[in-house]
Write a protein that binds this ligand. Structure first.
Ligand code: COA
Length: 215
C-alpha cells in the first residue's frame, strides 16, 4: 500500500497486526493506533493517535480495523465510513504467500503462519489470525475472523460475520451461515445455520448469537 497505515484498535490483535505490518514495512509507514479506550500517547512504543473520531484528521492514511469480534468490527467500520474514511489497507505478514488466484478484500489482516492455497476468496475486513489455514476453492465472507490455527478444508463456504475459534477444523464442502461462531477446537462435520454457536467434536449447537443483519 502506498499510504501510511492507521490501525484502529490498540488491543492484542491490533498490536499483533502492527508487528506483522512492520516486519515488511518501514516504521514511518505506520502512523499509530486509534482507540476509544486507550490512555496515554504510546503503547509498546507505538503512537496512540487518539480516538476513532480523530480518524478524519488523517486524510492521507489508509485504515485497517484490528478488532477481532466481527460485530464490533463491523460497527467500527460503519462509524469510520460515517466520518468519511474510505481508504482501507490490508496487512499481510511478509512471509505469507498468496497464490495468484487468491482474492483478498480491503481492510483485511493476514498474520504470520497463515496458509492459503488456490482459488480462495476472502471478503472485506476479515481477519486471518496466526496459523489459520484455508484450503483450495474456499470462499470467506466479509467481517469474518479465523482465530489462530483454525483449519478450513477445501470447498468450504463461510458467510459474513463468522468467527472460527482457535484450533477448530471445518470439514471439506461445508457451508457456514452468517454470524456463526465455532468454538475453540470444534470439529465441524455438518452445515452450520446462520448465527449458530457450535462447540465440540463432532460440533453441536450451544446457543445462538444475535442476528447478523445484512446491511
Ligand atoms: C464457543 C464459545 C463462543 C462459547 O462462549 P460462551 O457462549 O461465552 O460460552 P461459555 O464460556 O459460557 O460456556 C458454555 C458451556 O460451553 C462449554 N464450552 C465453551 N467453549 C467451549 C469449547 N470451545 N469447546 C467445548 N466446550 C466449550 C463450557 O465449558 C460451558 O460448559 P458448561 O455449561 O457445561 O459449564 C467460546 O468458548 C469460544 O470457544 N470462543 C472462541 C475463542 C477463541 O477462539 N479465542 C481465540 C481468540 S484470538
Amino acid at each position: 500500500m502506498s499510504e501510511p497505515l492507521v490501525i484502529v484498535g490498540a488491543g492484542g490483535h491490533g498490536r499483533e497486526t502492527a508487528f506483522a505490518f512492520l516486519l515488511g514495512a518501514n516504521s514511518v509507514d505506520f502512523l499509530g493506533f486509534l482507540d476509544d479506550r486507550a490512555c496515554g500517547t504510546t503503547v509498546e512504543g507505538w503512537p496512540i493517535l487518539g480516538q476513532i473520531t480523530d480518524a478524519a484528521k488523517h486524510t492521507s492514511a489508509c485504515f485497517v480495523v484490528a478488532v477481532n469480534d466481527p460485530r464490533a468490527r463491523r460497527s467500527i467500520v460503519a462509524r469510520l465510513g460515517a466520518l468519511g474514511v474510505a481508504r482501507w489497507g490490508s496487512v499481510i505478514h511478509p512471509e505469507v504467500r498468496l497464490h495468484n488466484s487468491a482474492q483478498l478484500g480491503v481492510g483485511c489482516s493476514v498474520l504470520g503462519g497463515c496458509q492459503l492455497t488456490t482459488n480462495i476468496r476472502i471478503g472485506d475486513h476479515s481477519i486471518l489470525n496466526r496459523g489459520a489455514q484455508v484450503s483450495h476453492d474456499c470462499a470467506v465472507g466479509d467481517f469474518c475472523s479465523l482465530n489462530p490455527s483454525a483449519t478450513v478444508a477445501g470447498n468450504v463456504s463461510i458467510a459474513s460475520g463468522t468467527e472460527l475459534g482457535s484450533g477448530c477444523t471445518i470439514r471439506q464442502g461445508i457451508t457456514i451461515g452468517a454470524g456463526a461462531t465455532i468454538g475453540m477446537g470444534a470439529v465441524v462435520v455438518k452445515d452450520v445455520p446462520d448465527n449458530a454457536v457450535l462447540i465440540g467434536n463432532p460440533a453441536r449447537v450451544l446457543r445462538s448469537n444475535s442476528p447478523w443483519l445484512t446491511q
